[in-house]
Design a protein around this ligand. Sequence first.
Ligand code: CNA
Length: 341
Amino acid sequence: MTNPTSSIDTNINPDIQSIANRIKNGEATRIVVLTGAGISTGAGIPDFRSPITGLYDRLAPLGLPYPEAIFHINYFSHTPEPFYAIARARHPRNLKPTISHAFLALLAKKGLLHFLFTQNIDGLEQDAGVPSDKVLWAHGNWKSQHCYKCSAHYPDHLMKKAIMSGDVPYCLQSGCDGAVKPDVVFFGQSLPAEFEEKEKEVPDADLMFVLGTSLKVAPCSRLPGLVKGGTPRVLINMEKAGDIGNRGGDVCILGTCDEGVRKLADALGWRDELEGLWADAVAAKGHDEELESGPSLDECIEKLAAQMKDRMKVSDGHKRMLENHLGNKFANILAKGPASK
Ligand code: CNA
């Protein structure tokens, strides 16, 4: 069977062609890119906000106070269990970069990528070959971990054990009882200091690509607004996002990121080079057998929901026992009458 997305498109949309012409004519040499979870859904990592397939909808059985709670530092500080219960299924482990990640690597290879802001924590940009000095992991990544309380480093091999078992790892420093957290920026935490520096360079862009993001999480959501008026902004996403499309020069390529970058590559005449770069990156990605096996995300959620229900039953049981106990005591007091002085 032939893959319809793999054949070269000769019927190119004029908006896409105009962006490609800009690049081919040397009018776009300082390209700034912002990526989000939608660039990695094709690699098998669910995004947050897509209905049904997104993580927030799938977490519903847990009855969290609000879906973001699992990634909020305040919630994690007293209830880290849900985060670790699903950590193994969400760990980027053996996931391969998508052709969209390879497109970014190709921009870098051609000297056109000024800078990439990624909101993703999966590290697939680097796996695809984007040089690390061209990327800001605005929300951190899974590559290291520290105690959320005292910031002590926690060893990689113990972290891997925790992810495999789903048990919360705790700080090894004596006297500290803080949970260990991967160096992912949680809601309620600050972004890396470098963000403010790099943000200042966005107005220098002569083209901006925004791929796979709902633009609902600040401060990255404000980056497209910093691009100078008249400079083209290209959104490649399943749906409209932010105000992209409202300015002259904006182009919205709606659909999957992978389809969108293939169309652009066709218009640029880069298609074969892109497919080759992608194939090499996929082949080069290492493989960790131990992390490969394990329950799926939905199985992890189901198991945790059952545990939470059991705990509720226990606390309901305690409540009933206490009510009975207090009820009996109260009845005894009433039977004895008021205590005499
Ligand atoms: P989001 O709010 O879940 O939005 C994702 C966007 O991508 C939505 O507009 C979707 O319609 C769109 N989308 C989904 N799949 C595709 C696809 N194949 N092609 C094109 N568009 C698609 O996620 P954001 O990134 O906007 O929000 C920022 C959060 C998400 C950050 O804090 C991340 O850490 C977090 N996140 C990261 C990952 C990851 O590292 N891969 C996964 C899930 C969430």
